[in-house]
Design a protein around this ligand. Structure first.
Ligand SMILES: [Cu+2]
Length: 114
């Protein structure tokens, strides 16, 4: 089962970014606005395989489909996603991980805030 998931993840990565070359030039511009979101209200998570704004959107959209997720932002400088949960919900890390891996990216874990 695990190897199946890994295989699917790899397939996902290789087809995830059709516009990667095109969008790369805009990477830093796109990220600047995302930094504004309050970090205190978001859980910082680290995801591997983010190479352009298309990847960011894929992960965001996948996470936003979860019932408990209110908002997701991405800080390109730190390479972290910030997940804001709806009131009364707790983070189900396994669910977050599964969602990210299903979207074709590798979940690395919750980042400790400094
Ligand atoms: Cu991409």
């Amino acid at each position: 089962m695990r190897s199946l998931i890994l295989t699917l993840t790899f397939v996902g990565i290789s087809f995830a970014c059709p516009g990667e070359g095109k969008e790369k030039a805009h990477q830093h511009e796109t990220s600047a606005s995302a930094v504004a979101v309050s970090q205190a209200n978001g859980i910082p998570i680290s995801v591997d395989g983010i190479s352009c704004s298309h990847c960011v959107e894929e992960v965001k959209n996948a996470l936003l489909k979860l019932d408990e997720v209110k908002d997701v932002s991405y800080d390109a400088k730190k390479d972290l996603f910030y997940i804001v949960l709806k009131d009364g919900y707790k983070l189900d890390e396994q669910k977050i991980k599964d969602t990210i891996e299903k979207a074709g990216y590798h979940y690395k874990g919750i980042k400790q805030m400094n």
